[in-house]
Ligand binder design. Structure first.
Ligand code: TXA
Ligand code: MG
Length: 341
């Protein structure tokens, strides 16, 4: 580990060069690791049916064996081969949102090794949107297991350079198709319980899911992690996750901006629009991410940027508690601790 060479190829997202796809598919076929862009974040991909390749993902990331992987497919037919049950809710959600940022948790088929699902009897499947991802899966001819292409517990990567910062030498090939379109990980829905549950809020919102299911009630099992029975969640759903290196705090409201002891090197990230938001001290770097789309696209990139600058403190001012901000509020909670002012 660490001694391998990482090759990087530039490739178009929507009309990828097939020679590069062929090369990447051969790496996957040989049990290697390929990082590629989805519409959410870059994934660290390997043949989901090959236990040795799965082991390499866990070693490269330093990921606990208890944290299951998402399996990526290019067709609904391939998704159905990864699971043993395809309920009506799966059909409705796949038809409405695939290809797209939605992962469905269903009972696992035998061809997916237990190591890929951390011993769980279920598997998360999703069909990513960019052609580069789907062509890779179809040319490789296998479902591709891909966690986010970062070291365990670090920020998710939304560019190829984020991937290289964490995994240079660990991944065989990086397909660089530029920054990802959405920037936040997929929404995860558990369809193995009587009522569908959102395990991780993401770009597809609760009301959108509920609408696609014809009004069926859908519970948010995550989002407010303090209110959740942690034992019911997948192990990757620990309260602090996706954290920057820099000390990162969230504040309850704009008034706290005045109460904070700001160090010399600090940044404030404001999510949404706040009335009567005081200005931070002049030396504080200010990032304003006003809409859910902009905030999603820039969330990890902004925190990566702050980390690179070697700041002493990052302060996050969360957006209003509205469905369209749920995913951002979830990632803020996981990236930071509450400030005591
Ligand atoms: O947008 C995404 O989902 C990105 C791109 C690459 O597709 N992938 C991603 O993977 O975020 P990862 O490994 O960073 O997060 C996957 C999470 C795990 O932490 C776990 O909580 C959940 O998915 N998960 C996977 N399989 C599961 C299962 N069978 N049951 C419950 N949760 C599962
Ligand atoms: Mg991740």
């Amino acid at each position: 580990m660490g001694s391998r060479r990482t090759r990087t190829l530039s490739i178009a997202t929507d009309d990828p060069d097939m020679a590069a796809i062929q090369e990447a598919a051969e790496v996957i076929g040989a049990g290697g690791l390929v990082a590629f862009a989805t519409e959410t974040v870059y994934g660290l991909g390997a043949d989901a049916t090959n236990p040795q390749a799965i082991d390499r993902i866990y070693r490269a990331k330093g990921r606990p064996a208890t944290n299951p992987l998402i399996v990526h497919v290019d067709t609904i037919a391939l998704a159905q081969k990864c699971v043993v049950d395809w309920p009506a809710h799966a059909e409705l959600l796949a038809t409405a949102f695939w290809p797209g940022p939605l992962t469905l948790v269903l009972p696992k088929a035998e061809r997916i090794p237990e190591s890929a699902t951390a011993g769980l009897a279920t598997v998360g499947v999703r069909m990513p949107r960019p052609a580069v991802a789907r062509r890779l899966i179809s040319v490789a001819g296998v479902p591709i297991a891909a966690p986010s292409a970062n070291r365990s517990n670090r920020l998710s990567p939304t560019t190829a350079s984020h991937v290289l910062e964490d995994l240079e030498g660990e991944v065989d090939l990086v397909l660089d198709s530029g920054p990802t379109e959405m920037g936040l990980e997929s929404t995860i829905v558990d369809l193995t319980t009587r009522e569908p549950r959102i395990l991780r809020p993401g770009p597809v919102t609760g009301p959108e899911l509920q609408h696609a299911l014809g009004g069926v009630h859908i519970r948010l099992a995550a989002g407010d992690s303090s209110a959740v029975d942690q034992s019911m969640l997948a192990p990757g759903r620990l309260p602090v996750h996706y954290a920057p290196r820099t000390r990162t705090l969230w504040i309850a409201g704009p008034e706290s901006i005045l109460d904070l002891a700001w160090p010399e090197q600090a940044a404030l990230v404001v999510f949404g629009v706040h009335e009567d938001c005081p200005e931070p001290p002049e030396h504080v770097l200010l990032f304003e991410l006003s809409t859910p789309d902009v905030a999603a696209r820039s969330f990890y990139a902004t925190l990566h940027d702050c980390d690179r600058r070697g700041l002493d403190l990052i302060v996050l001012l969360p957006p209003a508690d509205l469905p369209e901000w749920q995913a951002i509020r979830d990632r803020i909670q996981r990236a930071s601790k509450p400030a005591v002012t």
